[in-house]
Design a protein around this ligand. Structure first.
Ligand code: SF4
Length: 307
């Protein structure tokens, strides 16, 4: 199995197939908060969440959506002439707000020249009927996907990382989105405290058969300023070594269905905030390590996928 030069189904491959050119994601900050931070569910957020709501690379929230988009396009346009972009609402919980605001900012993004799709990161417990109806409408107008941060299927770990919802809530959200034909991208974190390789791969197997269209596999990394860093100082748990991580990712890719789009295979911590694993700063080395591992195994995404 090949997806151009890759042995797994990358987002780049998928977007080129769909739009016929390279498409860039523009990370946006819609000025949201999160129920897991504003006191509705919790005050401190998920254990790994940073001050920026897990969106360190988004444009400044002081700018409105059109300004954020145009600023990033100005930066990309001289080098990349394709002019096609996905507006990615990344920071915090991007369906957690008054419906009028959601409607306004999604539409503002859609009106910008070159925007061919919208990606919205949110939580499964922030998809009310009203929001789902809005997303259904949006899905008719543009290429849309919704990102849900599951991270793990193991309830003990979910409690430890203070995720704030259970697996049934996730399943309900998946059902509601799929009923409306909306694509879903799920996040998993690889290397959470106390999780064995077998447990990690159980989470991978779980999402393989849930009718989900894409996945982001994140390396668990520790950033300064997060509660995870404080936890790690008191309870130093082993961080994954690079070779170990590469091997787990190759196993995971083998377990996922070939049609599932792989949006990410590594971590992306800001250099000055990253405590560990520091090898993750060499992102290209990790990605080429995964390619090499699959080649050495003569393997590919879906090789061990079981319906
Ligand atoms: S759901 Fe996202 S924004 Fe909210 S606390 Fe967790 S990581 Fe942070």
């Amino acid at each position: 199995m090949r997806w151009n030069d890759k042995r797994y189904h990358t987002l780049n491959y998928e977007l080129r197939k769909k739009f016929g050119c390279k498409v860039f994601k523009l990370s946006l900050d819609g000025g949201f908060t999160c129920p897991n931070r504003d006191g509705t569910i919790g005050n401190r957020g998920c254990l790994f969440c940073s001050e920026e709501g897990s969106g360190e690379f988004a444009a400044p929230k002081e700018l409105d959506i059109k300004e954020q988009i145009n600023d990033q396009i100005k930066f990309l346009a001289p080098k990349w002439k394709t002019g096609r972009y996905i507006a990615y609402f990344q920071n915090f919980t991007n369906t957690y707000g008054p419906i009028g605001k959601l409607q306004r900012i999604y539409n503002e993004a859609l009106e910008c020249e070159g925007i061919v799709g919208i990606a919205i990161a949110t939580r499964p417990d922030c998809l009310t009927e009203e929001v789902l109806n809005l997303l259904e409408e949006l899905n008719k107008k543009t290429y849309l996907w919704i990102e849900l941060g599951l991270q793990t299927i193991h309830e003990d770990t979910a409690r430890l990382i203070r995720r704030g919802y259970d697996i049934y809530c996730f399943e309900k959200a998946v059902e509601n989105l799929r009923k409306r034909g909306i694509d879903i991208v799920t996040h998993l974190i690889i290397g959470l405290p106390n999780e064995s390789k077998e447990e990690i791969l159980k989470s991978v197997k779980y999402i393989a058969n849930k009718g989900i269209q894409g996945v982001k596999l994140h390396l668990m990394h520790i950033l300064k300023g997060t509660d995870l860093y404080n936890y790690y100082k008191v309870n130093p748990f082993p961080l994954l070594e690079k070779d170990e991580y590469i091997s787990i990712i190759a196993d995971a890719l083998e377990l996922l269905p070939p049609e599932m789009v792989i949006h990410r295979v590594t971590g992306d911590g800001a250099k000055d905030l990253l405590v560990g694993p520091r090898w993750s700063l060499h992102k290209l080395a990790v990605i080429s390590g995964i390619d090499r591992e699959l080649k050495d195994r003569d393997s590919y995404q879906g090789k061990n996928y079981n319906k």
